[in-house]
Design a protein around this ligand. Sequence first.
Ligand SMILES: Cc1cc2nc3c(=O)[nH]c(=O)nc-3n(C[C@H](O)[C@H](O)[C@H](O)COP(=O)(O)OP(=O)(O)OC[C@H]3O[C@@H](n4cnc5c(N)ncnc54)[C@H](O)[C@@H]3O)c2cc1C
Length: 475
Amino acid sequence: MSKHVVILGGGLAGLSCGYELVQCGHRVTVLEREPHVGGMASSFIEDGEEYWTQDFGPHRFHSQDANLIGHVRDILGDNVVTAQRLSRIVLFNKFFDYPLVMKNVLTSMPRWLLVKALLDYAWVRFLDSTKLRKYDDVSFESWTTRRFGRTLYKIFFGQYTEKAWKMSPSQISADWASQRITLLSLWDTIKKTMAKPKKGETPRTLVTEFIYPKYGGIGELPRGYARRIEESGTGSRVLTNAPAVKIHRDGMHVTGIEYGKHERQVIEADEYVNTIPVTALAKCLAPKAPESVIKAADSLEYVAIVFVYLKLNRPQVSPDSWVYLPEKHLTVHRISEFKNFSPYCAPKDKTLICAEITCRRGDEIWRASKDKLIELAEKDLMSVGLIGKGEVLGATIRKIPFAYPVYDLEYKKHLQPVIEYVSGLTNLKTTGRQGNFRYNNMDQSVEMGRKLGQELCTGEETGHAAVATGQEYFG
Ligand SMILES: Cc1cc2nc3c(=O)[nH]c(=O)nc-3n(C[C@H](O)[C@H](O)[C@H](O)COP(=O)(O)OP(=O)(O)OC[C@H]3O[C@@H](n4cnc5c(N)ncnc54)[C@H](O)[C@@H]3O)c2cc1C
């Protein structure tokens, strides 16, 4: 029997879930707050005399799962290119491969610093193995120092993390390190990047190629899902400019969603799927959730990002999909160049750089004027020699308020009661990056959404909640 399912949030998790539901004949209504679908995987297109696209920072679809790649190809149709993966770190005005490659570290790091790094790595290993000093795996700082030594930790991981998260790495959970640092220690880096693979062993490859839309930016994927949902013949709709503001309930049974910017409406369904921040969900229940749950939700924080897009009068800045800028004196922490994802993202003789600056909602950066932000980004990129004077042709600013869930040392303690409470809602399931407060990638949001959709179709458990909970490398 066909059901009506209301999905909160039109990002990849919500839309991929909706896509699966319409495949088995259910009617879906997606409520999306913004005027466009895509969430963090949105793209903005300028299609006038020249054609430009902008994503929210770099969006490289990595997955080793052939089925998933096949599915994404199916959604994108023939609007697809294969791009080469390259991302590096700029330090001491030189490029370092990321993930680290030992030969490159040895040749590019100042000699004295290299000696210091190797000595203190040996010292940290000695202290740790003799238990003279205990390095635990609780904080990012301790996890990384234990494996790379103090100097390499500071240069390659610590200063970048502090800049990107706007907090001390000693206060960030080691969960983030284990999912984001592919090589497990300095020794592992040496072994895997210097030694020749043994006979029969496949050489170490990170995902070296990835697929990306030829035109339209990564936002073509969510737009593709939205089209498929609306054209499914099930009467399904994807509503934009439709923020969910209240979740009405009778006990733990959801009875309807109140939504709308100015005029409010209530929509009722058989089942509900949530992909908006779980903290927001917990706070808009009517009647209200217990005070302890609201307090826990208020204790969970997010890093926000300001994106400065600079149109440049040159064909390319670097061949990288993105470049990290960890040095403390720079405000920007990462840049990406969309032309290296698809050459059609900018005119042939020009390019566009997206400079990211993390902040907290309401702080000085969040409130800074457009001119100030452009000036900061231009100055930083000139100071590391990535762009020259007078090359900027124009600039745009965009912001996302809930970019990175903050994995501080206490986050699990606060998250648990929130997830536990909303899991008690009998006809609502929460999923996706925001719906789980989980720092996952696009492929994982798609997997979660599809698995949940399939579960609602068949009634059989698919394990959607377990996606991206392991210690696997997220890329
Ligand atoms: C800077 C940056 C770079 C990234 N790079 C990569 C990368 O290279 N590779 C990769 O795989 N992943 C990358 N990611 C992660 C990827 O973007 C996310 O994992 C994925 O897009 C999350 O999809 P989602 O649907 O789970 O969440 P979201 O995209 O956040 O979707 C949630 C949706 O809910 C909507 N919403 C919020 N509140 C309401 C409300 N009250 N009512 C209705 N709608 C609401 C939002 O507008 C949004 O559309 C990156 C993320 C960022 C921020």
